[in-house]
Design a protein around this ligand. Structure first.
Ligand SMILES: Nc1ncnc2c1ncn2[C@@H]1O[C@H](COP(=O)(O)OP(=O)(O)O)[C@@H](O)[C@H]1O
Ligand SMILES: Nc1ccn([C@@H]2O[C@H](COP(=O)(O)OP(=O)(O)O)[C@@H](O)[C@H]2O)c(=O)n1
Length: 220
């Protein structure tokens, strides 16, 4: 348990592995607060682009990160794959990560709405943001499977081969950037439970996660 008795679940993994889908189902099931930390980096990346800045330039990215409080995290443009690429560029800048860290930790320690638990999904939740999380899950799936899922999500059944290839290339590039950056690279925490969703549907992944979490809750 964390000091203030919030039950914290950390979900990390590469792009489009199913983190958000699982996190939302678990949050509804347990009535826990949910923070999609990728949305924070996406909002910062989008903000830099909209102001004509360079997402790889520290001054531009830091200025955007400081203005996060004024951003609309429900803006649909945040979800686009091109925004994912912008996000992973600003996310490689340590000063940006520092600015977002306090917000994420506060959320986990004192979830809004007086909730008794918090679920955070991202890349470094189990390793950096909440190293003492009660349950850590690291979700993976083959990159082609992840690209197909994101492709379907973004273009529906009538997407083109070229659109699929662009998504696949973006995920490969983004994973490499996220795994190879020097600060808070994407990797499983030592005590994370690994879930490979390549051949599991959403419900099976949810059931597997519930099994892991129930065991930990029984120990609290
Ligand atoms: N186990 C699964 N089987 C099939 N599709 C899935 C599964 N998990 C997630 N998806 C779908 O894959 C896409 C990406 O999932 P999402 O939860 O957004 O991933 P992430 O948050 O890791 O980027 C979504 O369209 C989602 O509905
Ligand atoms: N905790 C986090 C969350 C996201 N990110 C960055 O933000 C980008 C977008 O994250 P996301 O979770 O929305 O991406 P998807 O998995 O939804 O495609 C990632 O590629 C990372 O570069 C991060 O560095 N740390």
């Amino acid at each position: 348990m964390t000091d203030d008795k919030t039950f914290v679940i950390a979900i990390d993994g590469p792009a489009a592995s199913g983190k958000g889908t699982l996190a939302r189902k678990l949050a509804a099931h347990f009535d826990y607060a949910l923070l999609d930390t990728g949305a924070l980096y996406r909002a910062v990346g989008l903000n830099v682009a909209r102001h004509g800045g360079d997402p790889e330039k520290e001054a531009d990215a830091v200025a955007a990160a400081r203005a996060l409080g004024d951003m609309d995290l429900s803006d649909p443009a945040i979800r686009g794959e091109s925004t994912g690429a912008l996000a992973s560029k600003v996310a490689a800048i340590p000063a940006v990560r520092d600015i977002l860290l306090a917000f994420q930790r506060d959320f986990a320690e004192s979830p809004p709405g007086g909730k008794t638990g918090a679920i955070l999904d991202g890349r470094d939740i189990g390793t950096v943001v909440c190293p003492d999380a009660d349950v850590k899950i690291y979700i993976i799936a083959d990159v082609e499977t992840r690209a197909k899922r994101r492709f379907l999500e973004q273009y529906g059944p009538n997407g083109t081969e070229a659109q699929y290839e662009a998504i696949l290339a973006d995920l490969v590039q983004r994973d490499a950037r996220d795994m190879n950056r020097s600060t808070a690279p994407l990797k499983p925490a030592k005590n994370a439970h690994l879930l490979d969703t390549t051949n599991s549907d959403i419900e099976a992944v949810f059931e597997a996660a519930l099994g892991l979490i129930s065991k930990e809750q029984a120990n609290v």
